[in-house]
Design a protein around this ligand. Structure first.
Ligand SMILES: Cc1ncc(COP(=O)(O)O)c(C=O)c1O
Length: 426
């Protein structure tokens, strides 16, 4: 890497990291998460893959297990937090987190399931307008989902899938190329479905602009926010995409396989004409237990629910969302910008040419994650770092991903990571 000028806000040396941690107004949150203890002295920088367990999760879960033990089926109505409307305990905070109205969000299912449910309603291809736009190298599940939806409607991904591709020799998508594509091919595009933050490169997209341009050309716009929810400040209602989906086990710390999230813009809250795959939990609450044969959807995102959700999983998510609510997404993002900037600053001191940071430098174009390309070292580097307690992750063919998470990572974590990374990479 080429050595770059010292940024005045960051300094070299461990003392600086210690001082920054000391001054960090959010430092107290670290102790509210369970940091892995093995190997000893480990540095966890993997919140972009699996967030850490909130300390209070066990208490939230224990309450539901206790109520289940003591009340059995009566817990649906008489638990301390009755299970029937339990998911609503998450609505306000989820809306706050993604910048939406409560009517526009629901926690349900898992991400890929929600993506399919959204495409059932919002991917309505015609002979003239049948294309879906994704990033080339989008997360495989998204690629499989969009391809299978295209085929389901009798089209062929070869002619109906547009993959946004970086220019030759580049790793990131240019905003102007996204805009040009929408402008030129907008008439044929049924759905623009991008990740808010690309999982591999860490590039964040301008969701407001993409939504606006897409809508101007008559396209439906949806986002996969797996790597954006709990990472960036989102303003989904204002930006106006038709839908968004995300999982809750990365930055949202809901635990492996946790119940996911879904946003449907208010303009579709009562679009009864939209086709949808229905289930009893999306049926009008007042008459759900009349067990009638005819489906009547609830208004808003709630109307896309299928099944009664896992209360134990929701309980963990509540524990985390309470912490997010307390800390505030704006403050978390401010710390995140600083932590990731510090990480980049320290990495850039290393003059080795055997690695490069793929993620954009500008804070508006990235979240917490930095993707570090190490083509000469390969996966073995990840393993060598793991032996030294560095927990990041590897994405084929050559990328080591790390994310300092503002809720529980410290400046000292970042300092220690870069020390060990630099010593390993040479
Ligand atoms: C960007 C993205 N999309 C989709 C998925 C798939 O999520 P799920 O297994 O919850 O459906 C993931 C999982 O890591 C992801 O990172």
């Amino acid at each position: 890497m080429t050595k770059i000028e010292l940024q005045p806000e960051f300094q070299l040396g461990e003392d600086f990291a210690i001082e920054m941690d000391h001054r960090d107004p959010l430092k107290g949150y670290r102790s509210r998460f369970l940091l892995p203890k093995t190997p000893a002295d480990s540095v966890y920088l993997c919140g972009h893959s699996l967030g850490l367990q909130p300390e209070s999760a066990a208490i939230y879960v224990a309450q539901e297990l206790k109520d289940w033990a003591e009340l059995g089926v009566e817990g649906h109505f008489h638990a301390k937090n009755p299970w029937m409307p339990y998911h609503r305990l998450l609505t306000e905070q989820t809306a706050e987190l993604v910048g939406a109205k409560p009517l526009e969000v629901v926690v349900m299912n898992s991400l890929t399931v929600n993506l399919h449910l959204m495409m059932v309603s919002f991917y309505r291809p015609t002979k003239e307008r049948h294309k879906i736009v994704v990033e080339r190298g989008a997360f495989p599940s998204d690629q499989y989902a969009v391809q299978s939806q295209i085929r389901f409607h009798g089209f062929d991904p070869v002619t109906s899938l547009i993959e946004l591709t970086p220019r030759p020799g580049e790793s990131l998508l240019r905003d102007e190329d996204i805009e040009l594509l929408i402008e030129r091919q907008g008439d044929e595009i049924a759905l623009i479905m991008l990740g808010g933050v690309n999982y591999a490169t860490g590039q964040a997209f301008d969701m407001a602009r993409i939504t606006c341009l897409g809508h101007e050309r008559g396209c439906v716009v949806g986002f996969d926010l797996a790597h954006a929810a709990g990472n960036l400040v989102l303003k989904l209602h204002e930006w106006g995409p038709d839908f968004a989906v995300w999982c809750s086990y990365k930055y949202l710390n809901g635990g492996p396989g946790c119940v996911a999230g879904c946003f449907v813009h208010e303009r579709h809250a009562r679009s009864w004409e939209l086709p949808r795959f229905a289930g009893w939990w999306g049926h009008d609450e007042e008459s759900r237990f009349e067990m009638g044969p005819d489906f009547r959807a609830m208004s808003g995102a709630d109307g896309w629910q299928l099944s009664n959700p896992s209360i134990v999983s929701l309980a963990v998510l509540r524990a985390s969302m309470d912490v997010f609510h307390e800390a505030g997404m704006e403050s978390l993002r401010a710390k995140s910008v600083s932590l990731t900037g510090y990480l980049e600053f320290l990495l850039n001191q290393n003059e080795s040419r055997s690695f490069s940071i793929v993620t954009p430098h500008e804070k508006e174009r990235r979240g917490a994650q930095l993707s570090i390309r190490v083509p000469e070292h390969g996966r073995a580097l990840c393993e060598r770092l793991a032996h030294q307690g560095i927990i990041g992750d590897w994405r084929e063919p050559d990328t080591f991903r790390v994310a300092p998470v503002p809720l529980y990572n410290s400046y000292l974590d970042v300092f220690r990571f870069v020390q060990r990374f630099s010593a390993t990479i040479g």
